[in-house]
Design a binder for this molecule. Structure first.
Ligand code: ADP
Length: 168
């Protein structure tokens, strides 16, 4: 069985992430979306909230599972017996960082974990979770950026907050 992990923060899940998930689901029998609990970042949504949102927006995509993990991706990959990590590439600015992670994972896993990059679809090339949070912090329209079910959840997080109280 062809199995892949799609790791990330997904804080929150965007239409760009969803596009990658749809495309990956066509290539693999099973795609495990893994919310990595990164203590270095201050997230807008808790890990449980992010898992719940991802489950909701992917419930109709066959072969997609949502999980979370606190630790190294290579350890999670061993745990679920997966050998492919999927990452998205938007622009050259993503490249250096993604290359470093991919090579580190290959090194640490002694070649057991490989990375496949999916280039962004043109319409989502500008899109990131940070951009969504930036727009929402100014109470702007995030409907072109996130799945319908996610809009209100993001908006609620910024209710009663002054625009300058941003979260990255
Ligand atoms: P991380 O904090 O690990 O970068 P993100 O949730 O920001 O996690 O992103 C997860 C993955 O999805 C990354 O590989 C990122 O490059 C990719 N990604 C994010 N937004 C897009 C997009 N609009 N199009 C394609 N890939 C994307």
């Amino acid at each position: 069985m062809k199995k892949a992990i799609y790791p990330g923060s997904f804080d929150p899940v965007t239409l760009g992430h969803l596009d990658v998930i749809h495309r990956a689901a066509k290539m693999f029998d099973e795609v495990i979306i893994c919310v990595l609990d990164n203590k270095a970042k201050t997230p807008l949504f808790s890990v449980d909230e992010r898992v719940k949102m991802l489950k909701d927006v992917t419930k109709d995509i066959p072969g997609v599972i949502v999980d979370s993990y606190y630790g190294l991706l290579i350890d999670y990959a061993d745990k679920v017996d997966a050998h492919v990590s999927i990452r998205g590439l938007r622009a050259v600015t993503d490249f250096e960082y993604e290359l470093q992670i991919a090579q580190t994972n290959a090194l640490l896993s002694h070649g057991r974990l490989d990375t496949i990059f999916l280039t962004t679809s043109m319409e989502y090339a500008y899109l990131s979770s940070s951009v969504v949070k930036e727009i929402a912090s100014f109470h702007g329209d995030i409907s072109p950026c996130v799945p319908k079910q996610i809009e209100d959840l993001v908006r609620k997080k910024f209710e009663g907050r002054a625009p300058h109280e941003r979260i990255r």
